[in-house]
Structure formats: structure tokens, C-alpha cells
Ligand binder design. Structure first.
Ligand SMILES: NC(=O)c1ccc[n+]([C@@H]2O[C@H](COP(=O)([O-])OP(=O)(O)OC[C@H]3O[C@@H](n4cnc5c(N)ncnc54)[C@H](OP(=O)(O)O)[C@@H]3O)[C@@H](O)[C@H]2O)c1
Length: 355
């Protein structure tokens, strides 16, 4: 097998970026050449220090122009969000001859983001480079995973992809921002995940529909909340009994007058009927794909059991790793925006490390 290596820049070292950085340092086919950080406390530190690994000799910097000028094959771009200025940056990186993999939207450019898609495509042409958007969801659990599973079906009636996160066991810093602990009527009137958010996931739905030779006619959205039955403590605070303790977002893509693809997001503080009213989901945080049809199918994607007997939710690290493991495929791809379809079955390199 070829011993080809790839020079990589890690852009930002939050939860997602750190998982990718750790992978790049440990994977022998990757030559880490730069790490961009915004946090002044990280500037000047060795990349290894950021993720608790031995020194690498690569020093973190916040000097954007250094990275634009740097020779590298690929950038894993994981900043806070994809504002206009960050889209400018992605285009500059692409035009400077570096492939870009990004979990920050518009993940897989689609009809809702025509201007962004055109700009990214033009920058790819200028630099002879590729852009690939991916993550755990969107980018994996709601597209490539169910699409792969459709091969096991004789007939498909409906595909449901469900994200289930117990935010007590898997605390997230955004718990309050997302409206937990608010008056239920207040949150129902003003959901923190806007009804437009499905557009960021649309490319994933579209990938399934078109993969089955169908076209999405419309997407409908629904939102409901559950109430905390008692005061519930979580890592970042506490919600009071009677306030929002659970949220369910549901987006349905319709094909030929009926639902074909449904995404559910169940975020709950707890998983017992003593915690929430109503309780929608129980058990470990996970992604679940249910395909209704013949024969019916269900697959649960979850972390392995750890020493404490529980399964941690790896959604954010998976988002970094699914991008990092695509580096060889994206670097070797023809220039332009490359989706899972263009990459085919990605063959990761450097994952089997014995001795
Ligand atoms: N597709 C998916 O499935 C999926 C899932 C989860 C997240 N995401 C996306 O992945 C990205 C990273 O998520 P995360 O959970 O790692 O976020 P995070 O932990 O909040 O980290 C984001 C990092 O961005 C950098 N940053 C801070 N302020 C910034 C600014 N003003 N401009 C640019 N960068 C700034 C910081 O890096 P330094 O600490 O290095 O300075 C920060 O640690 C987000 O865009 C998120 O939406 C996608």
C-alpha cells in the first residue's frame, strides 16, 4: 500500500477541532503542519499540549495570513460558526491551493445556499482544490448511514433518523441557551432552533431522496416540549419543576404526497418518567435509524460501554474524526465541492496502528 502522507492544518481547537487534532497527531499518514487558534492562551503553545499529547514541534498561532501562505494539502476547518467572514476564509484557503473539510455549515452546499455554494465552487476551481462538508449530523447519521442501509430493504415506506441526547448524562454548555428551564409556552412561541434550521440539514435529506431516485416536494417542521416533573440539576445549572425539561424537533421531507424522511431530535434532561412529562425516549444517548417497509430495520449508533457501564455520547468527537478520516479521499478527489457521492466508499488511512 502507498505510504503517501498529507500535510494538514487544524483550524480551531474547540471540542470538534480538538478531536481532529488528536487524530492528526496520532495518525502516521498525516503530517500536522499548523494549528490555528483564536484563544490567546493557546497562542504559542505546542499542538500536543492542547490535547494532552507529547510535544509535536507545531506551535499554535492566530496569524491568519501565515496559514493562507503555508504549504499544506488540507485544512480541517472547525471554527465557532460559518459567518460571512468565515466563508471568506474558506474561499481564501481553497483558492490558495488547500483542500478544505468543514463541519461548519453550509455543510454540503444545497439549493438553500446558492450564493455560498457558487463562491465555494469558484474558489475550488481557482485553487484546483476540493471542499467537503461533513459531521455526525448533518454529514453522517442522517445521510450516508441511512443511505447505506437502504441496500438491505426490499421496499421502503419511511426513513426516520432520530438524535436522542440525555443532557444530564451528556452535558452541553448550550443547555440554557437552548431554552431548557424556560416557561414551556414561552419556548413554544420562540423555539431556540429556528424553523429554518432544517435548511442546514437539507442536503442530507436530499442525498437520501435522490439516492432513491426521488425528489423532495416540501419539508414540514414541528416542535414540542416536555416539562420537568422535579427540579433537575445538570452540569451547567438547574431547571425547576414545571419548566422546559425536554425538546423534540421534527422535520419531515415529503415525497409523492407522503413523508419519506423524518428527522427527530429529542433532547431531554433525564430519561425517567420521574424526570419528564411526557418522557419520549429512554436509554443511552444515540442516533437511531428506523426504516419502515419490508423488512423493517433499526440500527442504533452509540458509544461503546465504558468502565462505569455507561455509554458516553461521542457526537462532537465523531464530528471531528469523520472529517479527519476523509483527508486522504478529499485531497485525492477531483477539484470542486465533493459530497459523499463523489467520494464513494471512503478508505481511511493510518487507523490500524499496531505495535
Ligand atoms: N455537522 C455536525 O454534525 C456538527 C456537529 C457539531 C458541531 N458542528 C460545528 O462544528 C464547529 C465546531 O464546533 P465545536 O463544538 O468544536 O465548537 P466549540 O467547542 O465552541 O469550539 C469552537 C472553536 O472555535 C474557535 N473560535 C472561538 N471564537 C471564534 C470566532 N469568533 N471565530 C472563529 N473561531 C472562533 C475557538 O477555537 P480555539 O479554542 O482554538 O481558539 C473555539 O474553541 C461549529 O461550527 C459547529 O456548528 C457540526
Amino acid at each position: 500500500m502507498s505510504a503517501k502522507t498529507y500535510r494538514v492544518i487544524q483550524w480551531a481547537t474547540g471540542t470538534v477541532g480538538s478531536a481532529a487534532l488528536r487524530h492528526f497527531i496520532e495518525n502516521p499518514v498525516i503530517d500536522l503542519v499548523g494549528v490555528y487558534v483564536t484563544n490567546p492562551e493557546k497562542v504559542g503553545k505546542d499542538a500536543g499540549d492542547i490535547v494532552g499529547l507529547p510535544a509535536t514541534g507545531v506551535i499554535c498561532s492566530d496569524d491568519i495570513e501565515t496559514f493562507i501562505a503555508m504549504e499544506a494539502d488540507c485544512v480541517l476547518f472547525a471554527p465557532l460558526n460559518m459567518a460571512t467572514t468565515t466563508l471568506d476564509l474558506v474561499c481564501r484557503l481553497l483558492a490558495s491551493g488547500k483542500n478544505v473539510i468543514s463541519p461548519a455549515g453550509p455543510f454540503l452546499p444545497n439549493k438553500w445556499f446558492p450564493d455560498e455554494a457558487a463562491r465555494i465552487e469558484a474558489a475550488c476551481r481557482q485553487g484546483g482544490t476540493s471542499y467537503h462538508g461533513c459531521g455526525i449530523h448533518p454529514g453522517y447519521s442522517g445521510d450516508i448511514l441511512p443511505l447505506t442501509l437502504t441496500r438491505l430493504m426490499n421496499r421502503i415506506d419511511c426513513i426516520e433518523v432520530t438524535e436522542i441526547i440525555d443532557k444530564v448524562r451528556n452535558p452541553m454548555v448550550y443547555t440554557e441557551v437552548m431554552g431548557f428551564g424556560l416557561d414551556p409556552e414561552e419556548l413554544l412561541a420562540n423555539p431556540r432552533r429556528s424553523p429554518e434550521t432544517y435548511k442546514y440539514f437539507y442536503a442530507s435529506m436530499d442525498m437520501i431522496a435522490r439516492g432513491l431516485g426521488k425528489e423532495i416536494e416540501k419539508v414540514t417542521v414541528r416542535f414540542e416540549v416536555s416539562k420537568a416533573r422535579r427540579d433537575i440539576k445538570h452540569l451547567y445549572g438547574e431547571v425547576k419543576a414545571g419548566t422546559v425539561g425536554g425538546q423534540h424537533y421534527e422535520w419531515t421531507a415529503w415525497v409523492e404526497g407522503a413523508p419519506l424522511i423524518v428527522y427527530h431530535f429529542y433532547w431531554q434532561l433525564g430519561d425517567s418518567t420521574d424526570d419528564l412529562d411526557p418522557l419520549w425516549e429512554q436509554g443511552e444517548s444515540r442516533y437511531r435509524v428506523v426504516i419502515k417497509g419490508d423488512p423493517p430495520l433499526e440500527v442504533n449508533l452509540m458509544g461503546g460501554v465504558e468502565e462505569d457501564g455507561r455509554r458516553p455520547f461521542h457526537g462532537l468527537p465523531w464530528t471531528g474524526i469523520v472529517g479527519a478520516t476523509a483527508v486522504p479521499a478529499v485531497c485525492d478527489a477531483a477539484p470542486g465541492v465533493v459530497s459523499h457521492w463523489d467520494l464513494g466508499i471512503v478508505q481511511p488511512r493510518g487507523l490500524v496502528r499496531r505495535g
